[in-house]
Design a binder for this molecule. Structure first.
Ligand SMILES: O=P(O)(O)OC[C@H]1O[C@H](OP(=O)(O)OP(=O)(O)O)[C@H](O)[C@@H]1O
Ligand SMILES: Nc1nc2[nH]cnc2c(=O)[nH]1
Length: 185
């Protein structure tokens, strides 16, 4: 079965090229899974993925976690079909699990302005978990304006629009197996 990983890709009339390869992604995700396994041994953590973007990273990550753990999802949106944040977070789905006294690992695909991560951590804190740590595959360090605590980061990247491996452009491109960046950037 073919994996979808062209060198360049057209999405919504714009051209993107490979920025982080499938091999680089898989190696880093595996390292992160091993690190979490060591840190959370015996603590039965619950992974909370932020839909839609984090679904591929989370599913790959969990397959490298070699301890007992659980998973749940919440869904929000702040970008709509645009490349820049609307500046407002819309709640689309809450978690179902009771996380009181649980060790929570919040999983994001990307932290850009930091608005979504800050919003979610504050929302989850109200449910009285024993702990919350955060993990993001990508962090746009120079774009982050909100005060967020990032405990595990896959890759630090420049403030440029990226696509693939769960990240979309107007809902397209999530199925790409690599991370792509706009041509000319
Ligand atoms: O740090 P920020 O500026 O808040 O950006 C990060 C958020 O943007 C993306 O979500 P998006 O709103 O695009 O929804 P999606 O995951 O469904 O694509 C991504 O999944 C993060 O949740
Ligand atoms: N696809 C995509 N979604 C984002 N959400 C916040 N930043 C980005 C980005 O660079 N690409």
């Amino acid at each position: 079965m073919a994996i979808y990983k062209p060198e360049t890709v057209e999405c919504n009339g714009e051209t993107f090229h490979v920025y982080i390869t499938q091999e680089e992604l898989q190696e880093r995700v595996s390292e992160l899974g091993e690190e979490l396994s060591r840190h959370y041994e015996g603590r039965n953590p619950i992974f909370i993925g932020v839909l839609n973007g984090a679904y591929i990273f989370l599913s790959d990550l969990m397959r490298h976690v070699e301890i007992s753990c659980e998973v749940d999802f919440l869904k929000l949106s702040s970008y709509g079909d645009e490349k820049v944040s609307s500046g407002e977070v819309t709640d689309l789905k809450d978690i179902d699990a009771d996380i009181e006294d649980r060790n929570v690992i919040l999983v994001e695909d990307i932290v850009d302005t930091g608005l979504s991560m800050k919003y979610i951590v504050e929302k989850l804190q109200k449910k009285k978990p024993a702990s919350i740590e955060t993990i993001t595959l990508l962090h746009k360090t120079e774009a982050t304006r909100h005060d967020v605590q990032l405990d595990y980061v896959g890759f630090r990247i420049p403030a440029l629009f990226v696509l693939g491996y769960g990240l979309d452009y107007a809902q397209e491109g999530r199925n790409l197996a690599q991370i792509y960046i706009l041509d000319g950037e």
